[in-house]
Write a protein that binds this ligand. Structure first.
Ligand code: ZN
Ligand code: ZN
Length: 141
């Protein structure tokens, strides 16, 4: 238990709980920890997305979803970047991190509309501008 959280690309020291200070890099945060909280171990980089287990499951999910965004149907062929997304965020449900039932293929636009706070499966709520742009690109009717 390190007691530190990484949110999007900002790092904060959760020991200094009322501090709004953000750290630009892991090195900067660890420097702060060494100086202020020498009894706490340094923060490890998140290596989950480079583990063989994740790479294997990710590939299986892409195959299952036929390489299509499960929200809008976009594919790599139509110029979309696809991500395998955790329906229930890994941060809150680490035990579901490699559970295929908790994984879905989404394009980056749909992922952006979702975020960690939203556990909606298959993106029920699409941004209007996104729908319009998909329609213009002929991806949906
Ligand atoms: Zn601190
Ligand atoms: Zn999509």
């Amino acid at each position: 238990m390190s007691g530190f959280i990484k949110m999007s690309n900002t790092l904060r020291c959760s020991v200094c709980s009322n501090s709004k200070r953000r750290f630009k890099s892991l090195a900067a945060l660890n420097q702060h920890i060494r100086a202020k909280h020498p009894d706490i171990p340094p923060v490890q980089r998140d290596t989950f997305y480079t583990t063989p287990e994740w790479i294997h499951v990710r590939y299986k999910v892409l195959l299952r979803d036929k390489g299509q965004c499960q929200c809008c149907g976009a594919t790599a062929k139509t110029g979309s970047r696809l991500k395998v997304d955790h329906i229930k965020p890994r941060r809150f449900y680490p035990e579901l991190a490699l559970d295929m039932n908790n994984l879905q293929t989404l394009c980056t636009m749909c992922t952006r509309g979702k975020g960690n706070w939203n556990e909606t499966n298959w993106c029920e709520k699409l941004d209007m501008w996104h729908l319009i742009s998909l329609r213009e690109r002929g991806l949906i009717n």
